[in-house]
Design a protein around this ligand. Structure first.
Ligand code: SF4
Length: 471
């Protein structure tokens, strides 16, 4: 593990992807910390796969469930809605991020809420809910430990399941000391104990609980939440109002399908056989029950997803179950961490999902380039999403739409011209050998070759050597 004394720089807010990447690459602690934890998650997943001999069968079952669900999404959403309402819950739809945030704020304001406790929710990050609540004078408090750390640091999560993957214990202690107003020891027990004591008393006075949703179960109208910390149960049972935010694709048809996902998701995410807490919530508290909210609201967000349903290739990204396995194996994510992507969703899933959901955001257009196309993400994905093919597809789209920089377009045109015939290809080889002989640390190759040593240029081309019978 990297030294605790090393300090990361705050994430770059630059709108330019290349600048964000440069900044991340210059942060040695961040790179070591992300690799260290990603290695642990990747190895734990590999062990869990070996321990389950029929893992491939489980993966295929997961893919079947997701494919069938997305193919009939409106039907499953409608069943979910009927059963949720029958159980006493309220169903809301939000066309976009702003509308989703407005619904939460309006619910909170109309009920006089001052404090909202939150369990981990990527949708709440997607809709920038904390900022919307704060603007309305309502305090949002993250209660997942990692989320609370990044909230105190005024940052966003840098991994789907480990939001504070980039933080050292020394940095966490500094954040907690500033919050507490007195010194704290740097050991994990002290720091976790401080967070527990502070957050516990806030649960007791909060009126609103906000959570995400791993899956909505159509046949029962239930909401299933997988967590490894007890905060999810407190958020969903103590406050008098509970609001669940979910992407419209996060549905499974039956409880049996949920069982398949309960085996597949934790193994892929952390290598656990089962998540520590699996909460299945069906409607608000009933008369004879001693805990649970008086009101349960579920907000179902489109946010660009419905448009993807009409695309036979890109709709596959809606199969994602947000396990994070593709991040842990991605050679790009492992070097730059999550913030450099400039999107709520980092790594290979983010490089496909973010520009697909918001195609007009210029800061997200370069994300599909953040891949070596090695295919490790596709191999790791528990529901077999062909992430590498989707990245290539998005690159094609960007070129077709003229959304790549002029220099890159020129290079691609030159590449196509040189590859169009054997004489041109030979000519390109001749130029390449000349340039290599001058050394690679110049011109456009200068930055690229700073950390790479290219082999010495041969005197004669491979084709000449082949003709001369030398190879
Ligand atoms: S794309 Fe696959 S591997 Fe990546 S987060 Fe989604 S389900 Fe997991």
């Amino acid at each position: 593990m990297p030294s605790e004394a090393e300090v990361t720089t705050p994430p770059s807010q630059s709108p330019r992807f290349s600048e964000r990447v440069q900044r991340a690459l210059g942060d040695l602690f961040l790179r070591k910390a992300v690799r260290f934890t990603a290695d642990r998650l990747r190895d734990a997943r590999a062990k869990a796969v070996v321990e389950k001999p029929d893992f491939d069968t489980l993966r295929s079952a997961g893919r079947r469930i997701r494919t069938e669900t997305i193919a009939n999404l409106d039907h499953h959403l409608s069943t979910f809605r009927s059963n949720l309402e029958r159980a006493g819950g309220t169903y809301h739809t939000a066309a976009d991020r702003e509308e989703a945030a407005r619904i939460v704020v309006a619910l909170a304001q109309s009920r006089g809420v001052k404090l909202a406790v939150k369990s981990k929710s990527m949708i709440s990050e997607e809709i920038h809910l904390n900022a919307a609540l704060e603007a309305a004078g309502i305090e949002p408090l993250e209660t997942d430990l990692g989320e609370w750390i990044v909230q105190l640091a005024k940052e966003t999560p840098s991994h789907l399941i480990l939001p504070a993957i980039h933080k050292s214990r020394a940095q966490i202690r500094a954040l907690f000391e500033a919050h507490a107003g007195h010194p704290l020891a740097e050991d994990t027990k002290t720091l976790a104990g401080y967070a527990r004591r502070y957050l516990r008393q806030r649960f007791l006075v909060a009126d609103l609980g906000l959570s995400g949703c791993n899956f909505g179960v159509a046949e029962s109208g239930s909401v299933a939440i997988f967590t490894n910390e007890g905060n999810g149960r407190l958020v969903t049972t103590l406050p008098r109002i509970h609001v669940v935010m979910m992407g419209m694709e996060r549905i499974v048809p039956t409880l049996a399908d949920l069982g398949t996902m309960a085996e597949l998701l934790p193994r892929s995410a952390t290598g656990q056989k089962l998540t520590t807490y699996l909460n299945i919530l069906t409607g608000p508290r009933r008369e004879a029950e001693i805990d649970g909210p008086d009101e349960l609201h579920v907000i179902v967000l489109d946010g660009g997803r419905r448009r993807l349903l009409g695309d036979p290739e890109l709709r596959e990204i809606l199969h994602c179950i947000r396990c994070g396995a593709c991040l842990n194996v991605c050679p790009v994510y492992r070097q730059i961490g999550g913030h450099a992507y400039g999107s709520v969703y980092p790594g290979p899933i983010g490089a496909v999902l973010a520009p697909s959901l918001v195609p007009d955001d210029p800061s997200l257009i370069p994300l599909p380039e953040a891949s070596s196309l090695c295919g490790a993400c596709t191999e790791a994905c528990p529901v077999q999403i062909p992430l590498d093919s989707l990245l290539v597809r998005l690159r094609h789209d960007a070129v077709k739409a003229g959304r790549v920089p002029r220099l890159q377009r020129l290079g691609q045109r030159m590449g196509a011209w040189f590859l169009a015939g054997p004489r041109r290809f030979g000519f390109a080889g001749w130029i390449g050998r000349k340039l290599l002989r001058r050394g690679s640390k110049f011109g456009p190759l200068g930055a690229w070759s700073q950390a790479r040593d290219l082999p010495p240029a041969p005197d004669r081309s491979f084709r000449d050597q082949w003709k001369g019978g030398e190879v």
